[in-house]
Ligand binder design. Structure first.
Ligand SMILES: Cc1cc2nc3c(=O)[nH]c(=O)nc-3n(C[C@H](O)[C@H](O)[C@H](O)COP(=O)(O)OP(=O)(O)OC[C@H]3O[C@@H](n4cnc5c(N)ncnc54)[C@H](O)[C@@H]3O)c2cc1C
Ligand code: FES
Length: 252
């Protein structure tokens, strides 16, 4: 798709003198009552799991996972002032972006299980597309509280993944929390690796599961981020600078 190409600097990270680049919204998809996807008029060279810093005048910059890099696509849950401002954007409006930043997912194994809680599915769809293009079999578990919050099931199907839906109240797909349903899938013994993105509690559950089943886990963590490039220390957790060494961490 046509669009502005964001070039990479010699250090492999777009930086453009430290200034975010203004990019127009070309399409808005209303995924659910609380979640919008913004498709932007730009493409970027990035790994699935990397993120960009997004900015609007009058707000602080905030990190968002790339749901797609060509064109740059962000899936935004409305939780506070900045995400509400992003939800108000219409085609033709501008948002300021810098990135890609951080370390993303590495594809390993021939059969992989992706587990996304809420908008955590966003970087996993990008990963699914790249993995399927390399001949890897992908199962995507999209988990949410209730049916109306389930995201990306059709998108994963269109990409060629097998899809499992899970809701906590059982209103769509399997009843249960993501790690519970993932445990049932992993007990088939067919998966070489698991990948997760979602709330902290879910990630801890997945980390424990991967250890139980003896497979590697790559999990994407969130933290409060300001600079996104390892300078301010705001994203450091247990000695790990998540914007540089993460957001994807590998276990096992
Ligand atoms: C690496 C990384 C990738 C991210 N990717 C995405 C993404 O793809 N899509 C996305 O929507 N967000 C993503 N986020 C979170 C995003 O950067 C913002 O934190 C979020 O949009 C909230 O900003 P806000 O100003 O709207 O709300 P804030 O003022 O920051 O928060 C408002 C209220 O909501 C609560 N809150 C904040 N974040 C969440 C949350 N995630 N879930 C529930 N409650 C919350 C806060 O505790 C506060 O009470 C990512 C964060 C990181 C670190
Ligand atoms: S956000 Fe500044 S060090 Fe990570």
């Amino acid at each position: 798709m046509a669009g502005e190409r964001i070039s990479q600097s010699i250090c492999g990270r777009w930086w453009a003198g430290g200034h975010p680049r203004a990019i127009r919204v070309i399409r808005v998809i209303r995924e659910s009552p609380r979640v919008h996807t913004l498709i932007l008029d730009a493409r970027i060279e990035a790994q699935p799991g990397q993120f960009v810093m997004a900015w609007l005048p009058g707000y602080e910059e905030k990190p968002f996972s790339l749901a797609e890099a060509d064109p740059v696509t962000l899936t935004v849950a409305r939780v506070g002032p900045f995400s509400t401002a992003l939800h108000a954007l219409q085609p033709g409006d501008r948002v300021w972006i810098r990135g890609p930043l951080g370390r993303g997912f590495t594809i390993e194994g021939q059969r992989i299980l992706l587990i996304g809680g809420g908008y955590g599915v966003a970087p996993l769809a990008f990963l699914a597309r790249e993995a399927i293009a390399r001949g890897v079999e992908v199962t995507a578990l999209t988990a949410a509280r209730r049916a109306e919050d389930v995201l990306y099931a059709d998108r994963f199907r269109d990409l060629g993944a097998s899809v499992v839906v899970a809701t906590e109240d059982g209103s769509a797909g399997e009843r249960g929390q993501a790690p519970e349903v993932a445990a049932r899938l992993l007990s088939s013994g067919v998966y070489d690796a698991l990948y997760g993105c979602g709330p902290e509690g879910m990630l801890e559950g997945l980390r424990a599961l991967a250890a139980t089943f003896g497979i590697p886990a790559q999990l994407s963590y969130e933290a409060y981020m300001r600079c996104g490039i390892g300078l301010c220390g705001s994203c450091e957790r247990e000695g790990v600078v998540l914007c540089l060494e993460g957001p994807v961490l590998r276990f096992g």
